[in-house]
Unconditional design. Structure first.
Lengths: 115, 109
């Protein structure tokens, strides 16, 4: 079975540029999560969707960050304009049905470096 | 807020047992999880325990849950160099899933 697929695996760009991260969840999973991982702050939940609808975006750091899920098999996380402090590893995860009794499955992440 | 807390580092010798500890604060958590993260990879679910259990064993892994003290531990028997990774404790509390900061396990030959 294909797991959660993220692209690109690595992204290096200059500050001020727009960055788009992509995620394909596991087929049949109703929940999709975006996380950010840094050494300083650990793993942070940015936003999650249920059935393509954003449920909680309280973790999104600023208006520069936006996320969409146009259909059940695709989601994007966009940063515009990007800043050096956005450098981190961004993970997408998905889970079937409810959060409580179903574990999340993680992609391999996108390592983002903003110069 | 409610936090999941873990010690940041653990170092053991190959063949020894490793014990990684975690405390959580949400007594309504139904499941508690252990994830493993190897370098350059995402988090991989290792095991989980339902809150009405106090122990779960899976090959070299033993999870102990003390619900009264909100303490969770992961024991790895006969630790191998391939077990070197970051281990995350996580709880679910209603609509949210919260992760600890991760314990970096180093296994020395």
């Amino acid at each position: 079975d294909a797991g959660v697929i993220q692209s690109p695996r690595h992204e290096v760009t200059e500050m001020g540029q727009e960055v788009t991260l992509r995620c394909k969840p596991i087929s049949g999973h109703d929940y999709l999560f975006w996380y950010r991982q840094t050494m300083m702050r650990g793993l942070e939940l940015l936003i999650y969707f249920n059935n393509n609808v954003p449920i909680d975006d309280s973790g999104m750091p600023e208006d520069r960050f936006s996320a969409k899920m146009p259909n059940a098999s695709f989601s994007t996380l966009k940063i515009q304009p990007s800043e050096p402090r956005d450098s981190a590893v961004y993970f997408c995860a998905s889970s079937p049905r409810g959060i409580g009794n179903q574990p999340q499955h993680f992609g391999d992440g996108t390592r983002l470096s903003i110069l | 807020g409610e936090d999941v807390e873990q010690s940041l580092f653990l170092s053991v010798r190959e063949g020894d047992s490793s014990v990684i500890n975690c405390t959580y604060t949400d007594s309504s958590s139904t499941y508690l999880y252990w994830y493993k993260q190897e370098p350059g990879a995402g988090l991989q679910l290792l095991t989980y325990i339902f809150s009405n259990m106090d122990m779960k064993q899976d090959q070299r892994l033993t999870v102990l849950l003390n619900k009264k003290d909100k303490h969770l531990s992961l024991r790895i028997a006969d630790t191998q160099t391939g077990d070197s990774a970051i281990y995350f404790c996580a709880e679910n509390g209603g609509d949210d899933m919260r992760f600890g900061a991760g314990t970096r396990l180093t296994v020395k030959p």
